[in-house]
Design a protein around this ligand. Structure first.
Ligand SMILES: Nc1ncnc2c1ncn2[C@@H]1O[C@H](COP(=O)(O)OP(=O)(O)O)[C@@H](O)[C@H]1O
Ligand SMILES: [Mg+2]
Length: 226
């Protein structure tokens, strides 16, 4: 269970301040495929960053299963991100001079896994996301956008996260490849894994179990499929 209670994030800028997230509360049951929608500037990325402990809220509390995310030390945040969270970004954020398989191995190296285990799991994950054979040993620059995003999904799964956070993962893809990525992310939700996708594609959002709509830092609408 992901529990968000009265969470706010204020950024100071120049003389003023922006309430990027302005007092949001919601819960997402474990295994849910959830979408966050809303126009640009509504606070979606900021909220996702708070859920993933990339940043700390100005107020409120976030609890992920048994972890009070908002009480973590900076070190605790690093371990939480490494062990519990898988991130997928619009721009893929792959390391350009590592091959696909090496990119997927990297989070496992940070988690202290042995090389043979890392390589075997990276190959298995790349197979699962549909990047097979010789493409696995290519550099990101020699893969299409859709293929690079599949590598980043495999990387996000490397340490068996309980929460996958994807910020506009289809933003740079054509609709066919976008659909494939959403289908893939959907497949990984369930069991102990929750997936939260930020998207402003209403069609993609309609495939989610739960949709949260944001406006001006607030959740203005919540729609559950069940
Ligand atoms: N690091 C930051 N410093 C100052 N303002 C920020 C920062 N990050 C985001 N904001 C502001 O917070 C608001 C929400 O931004 P963001 O979370 O990126 O929205 P979205 O992802 O929905 O487009 C915007 O007004 C944005 O300009
Ligand atoms: Mg954003």
């Amino acid at each position: 269970m992901l529990l968000v209670e009265d969470v706010a994030k204020r950024f100071k800028s120049g003389g003023g301040a922006v309430d990027a997230v302005d007092g949001v509360s919601f819960e997402i049951a474990t295994g849910t495929f959830a979408a966050i929608v809303g126009r640009s500037g509504s606070g979606k990325s900021t909220l996702l960053g708070l859920l993933g402990a990339l940043d700390s809220p100005s107020a409120g509390k976030i609890t992920m299963d048994d972890v009070d995310v908002t009480a973590l030390s900076p070190r605790g945040q690093v371990a939480y991100r490494r062990d519990r969270i898988g991130f997928v970004f619009q721009q893929y954020h792959l390391i350009p001079d590592l091959t696909a398989v090496q990119n997927v191995m990297l989070p496992m190296e940070f988690a202290g896994r042995r090389t043979a285990e890392r390589r075997a799991r990276a190959v298995e994950l790349l197979d699962r996301v549909g990047l097979t054979g010789g493409k696995q040993t290519r550099l990101p620059g020699r893969l299409s956008g859709g293929e690079q995003q599949r590598v980043s999904v495999a990387r996000a799964l490397a340490n068996r996260p309980s929460l996958i956070l994807a910020d506009e993962p289809t933003g740079n893809l054509d609709s066919r490849n976008g659909k494939r990525i959403i289908t893939l992310l959907r497949e990984f939700a369930g069991g102990g894994t929750t997936v939260v996708v930020v998207t402003h594609d209403r069609g993609l959002a309609s495939r989610a179990d739960l949709t949260l709509a944001m406006n001006d830092g607030r959740i203005v609408h919540r729609k559950s499929k069940t």
